[in-house]
Design a protein around this ligand. Sequence first.
Ligand code: MN
Ligand code: ZN
Length: 352
Amino acid sequence: MKAVRIMEPENLRIVEEEKPHIDEKNNVLVQVKASGLCGSDAGIYHGTNAAATYPRIIGHEIVGEVVECGPTAKKVKVGDRVIIDQVTNCGHCYACRHGRPNVCQNLQVRGVHIDGGYREFIAVPDEHCYILPEGLRYVDAVLIEPTTIAVQACSRAEIKEDDEVLINGQGALGARMLSIVKLYHPKKIIVSDIFDEKLQEALENGADIAINPMKENFAEKLKEVTTDGYGPTVSIDCACTKDSLGTLIGVTGNAGRVITMGFTTSPTEVTNFGITSKELDIRGSRLQNRKFQEVIDLVKEGKVDLDHKISHVCDFREAQSAFDFNDTHDPSIRKIVFTMEGEPYKVRPDKD
Ligand code: MN
Ligand code: ZN
């Protein structure tokens, strides 16, 4: 079996490894069909993800076909098309007891702490498999995972109808966030990004206002576009740069919520006053709390559309060039997805 292993930061190798076997715990063998390249995978490759351990087979957006089931596997059967929950938890710590396995004290995330999806086969517990909607292509189904991340962040944000929501960043995660924020019907959705092309797409996809902070004064513009110059009442950080937390604390209105999703460990400046004076809630949102079925149901109900969202499909053995290309931050990049069956490198597969 071939796999993409990050030996240590900046050292990516295509390795030959033994095909995994099912056992009592990991009672389902899945032949991986596609696996997405996420910002956090790039972070692990570059050594900027504080949670990761090495050497590691990365990839946590994992879809495939069930090819073998142990006797205890009840949830799926051979031939099922599935996506795999990346969160494995202990079940007994404080977080687990309070229904928050995504921040389990003994958390092990596929592709981060334990081996993930950039390989041909993976053995997992049947309860971590979710059956894909019929007709959804594997490469598009990868996007169920980032959508669960968006559902998680919105649940942490407790969005109400009179909220004015800022989504900072319109990369792959920001775009998924927009698709979920919309379902809450907030009073206003504001998006920001440094690429006008991405802002234009966001406006076409339901954002009310778009701001390019490279071209406009971010704080002033946010006052201008929110009711009574109040500022956004919910700010969700999908850009996750070193300084975006401080910026969002500055612009968010009184009694608002700021949702962080980044993994940088670089210090940034925030003040007590900035938080206390407005009584802001600064809430982290990590991974997702068993949100796969919810997203799959949203897709089936037609409330979330995952078609035509990925920009690049690439054979996983070409991972090095894909990661190098991803580093260019080329504005054409929406989502890069790896396939495991020798699919030729294609740009915008839906458009040819
Ligand atoms: Mn992801
Ligand atoms: Zn736990």
